[in-house]
Unconditional design. Structure first.
Length: 74
């Protein structure tokens, strides 16, 4: 099941991982993305600074699937 995540303003992949409690600090994002498979819209993503857009789907190995919803967009 895909969990819908509502965000306000721009958010990066590293910020998303920290906000969702997948990593403890933003500094861990680089190593997490090297060690675990993270798919952004079905393609492997390793850039922690990658900006997430409305309706981007993130699949994190052994954690789950998430759908980004920017507040105010349909």
């Amino acid at each position: 099941m895909v969990e819908e995540i509502s965000v306000e303003g721009e958010i990066t992949l590293g910020q998303f991982l920290k906000n969702e409690g997948i990593i403890e600090s933003g500094g861990q994002a680089k190593w997490f993305l090297q060690d675990f498979e993270v798919l952004l819209n079905g393609e492997r993503e390793v850039r922690r600074g990658k900006k997430l857009h409305h309706h981007d789907q993130i699949d994190v190995e052994e954690v789950g699937s998430f759908l980004i919803l920017h507040q105010g967009e349909e």
